[in-house]
Every structure is written in C-alpha cells, then in structure tokens.
Ligand binder design. Structure first.
Ligand code: NAD
Length: 248
C-alpha cells in the first residue's frame, strides 16, 4: 500500500487513463475524488468502481474545469471534507487532428483552455492547501507529442509542450513548500479512441513502437503511482515517458 490514507483528486477520472489512475490509487489505499465532465459520467464511474470493490473510498464531482471559480470551489470542498489534499492529478484533456488550413480558432482555444488553463487553475487552487499541510504531489498528463510535436492538430502538441513548461517551472517554484510537480508523457495508449481504430491501423502503430505493443491505461497508471509515492520523494520537475520508446 504505497498511498495509504492519502487523499487524491484526479481530473478526467471517468474513463481511459484517468480511470486507471483512480483505480490504481484506490488499490494503493488512497481516498480519491474523481472529476468528470458530466454528472452522469462521474456517477457511472463511481458506481463501476464500487461494484468492483465496495470498500473503495471514491466519490465523483463535475466542476467545469475551464472556469477558475468552479475549480477552486470543488478543490476547497474536497479539502474541507477530507482535511487535506495530498495528490492532484491533472489528467483531463482533449486531442485534435485538424490541419492548420482548416483549423477553427475557437477549436484551438478550446484545446488550450482544457489542456493548459485547467492545469493552471487546479494547481493554483490546490497549492495553498498543500503548502498549509506541509507538502504534496502534483502530476500532470502530458504526451509523447510534447517531445517532438505532431503533424496535425497543432493545438494538442502545443498544449502538451505548455504542460511540460508548467511542470518544470512549478516544480522549481513549489519545491520550497514541499510540493513535487511531475508529468507523465504516455505514448499511444489503448483508451476508447485507440481501441476503436481498425486492426490494420493498430498494426501500423505497433510497428512504430520499439516495445512492439500499444500501451495500456494500467502501464500509464503505474507511473502515476510511482510518482505519487514516497519512492519518488526526490523526483520533481521530471517528464516521465511511458511510450515503449516510441518517441525516438
Ligand atoms: P479519454 O478521452 O478516454 O478521457 C478523457 C478524460 O477527460 C475523460 O475522463 C473526460 O471526462 C475528461 N474530459 C474531457 N473533456 C473534458 C472537459 N471539457 N471537462 C472536464 N473533463 C473533460 O482520454 P485518455 O486517452 O484517457 O486521455 C487522458 C489524458 O491522457 C489526456 O490528457 C490525453 O491528452 C493524455 N494522453 C492520451 C494518450 C492516448 O493515446 N490515449 C496519449 C498521450 C496522452
């Protein structure tokens, strides 16, 4: 039990990588509040988890992550209920594939608002709570495209470069308050989006990955457990690739 009695908030915890992180944290003894985009999806995820293990201490909330006041209220209410927040995972994100020739500026803004602004909002809200409690851990979900970019949908890699910038800068700024800040950069991971790709396309993707397979949400969640745990007590400002070496 690496996270016994820790209190964690995981954004985008209703499915995919976020859901796997929530489950891994619960299995390590943490109490988890997952943030989803809608009431129904948050309730569904909590019900699924409780069905698997009635002993899991998990609840769901659905603040609008792109509105600072809503994020701050949600974070404060978690701290009030549990007395602290030890771990914040900024995982909610949207991707994009539009060509620059077709890119609608509003769509560009929407990617940045969720993938970057929301990371800043949740971090700003949680930092004073962690500082008052003597420290904490913040982990952001980046992407392998934050290393070398992507040939379409430029808002998405741009947003993940920004996530890395926030991670490295805030790690320096918050170190004195005992708060570690890291990011995990997954490669292609078998969430709903990838699972629905035609088999020939999946085979093509596998050929680009030296380890020869697409990552699972659990592969990625393991890195989040490590970074949240005391085993990573001297690790901060790190962007940890979990991509089967696909980035090279
Ligand atoms: P997913 O689409 O399965 O899940 C996304 C999560 O974000 C969901 O829980 C959803 O509720 C939440 N979300 C989406 N829009 C939201 C909004 N407007 N407000 C609040 N929450 C919102 O995606 P995933 O693949 O699990 O991705 C999770 C993270 O991992 C993202 O940051 C993504 O960029 C990153 N990532 C994914 C992959 C991959 O191949 N799946 C690779 C690298 C990085």
């Amino acid at each position: 039990m690496e996270l016994k009695n820790k209190v964690a908030v995981v954004t985008g915890g209703t499915r995919g990588i976020g859901y796997a992180i929530v489950k891994a944290y619960l299995n390590e003894g943490a109490k988890v509040v997952l943030f989803g985009s809608r009431k129904e999806s948050a309730e569904k995820a909590v019900a699924e988890l409780k069905k698997e293990n009635a002993g899991y201490e998990v609840e769901g909330m659905y603040p609008n992550l792109t509105t600072y006041a809503e994020v701050e209220n949600a974070i404060n209410s978690v701290a009030k209920k549990y007395g602290k927040i030890d771990i914040l995972v900024n995982n909610a994100g949207v991707s994009a594939r539009e060509s620059i020739y077709e890119y609608n500026p509003d769509d560009f803004d929407n990617v940045i608002k969720l993938n970057v602004n929301a990371v800043f909002y949740a971090t700003k809200a949680v930092a004073p709570i962690m500082k008052a409690n003597g420290g904490g851990v913040i982990i952001n979900t980046s992407s392998m495209v934050s290393i070398y970019g992507q040939a379409a949908g430029c808002a998405y890699p741009a947003s993940k470069f920004a996530v890395n910038g926030l991670t490295k800068s805030l790690a320096r700024e918050l170190a004195a308050d005992g708060i570690r800040v890291n990011a995990v950069a997954p490669g292609v991971t078998d969430t709903d989006m990838v699972a629905n790709l035609p088999e020939p396309m999946r085979e093509g993707i596998k050929k680009t990955i030296p380890l020869g397979r697409i990552g699972t949400p659990e592969d990625v969640a393991n890195a989040f457990v490590y970074l949240a745990s005391e085993k990573a007590s001297y690790v901060t400002g790190e962007i940890l690739s979990v991509d089967g070496c696909a980035r090279t």
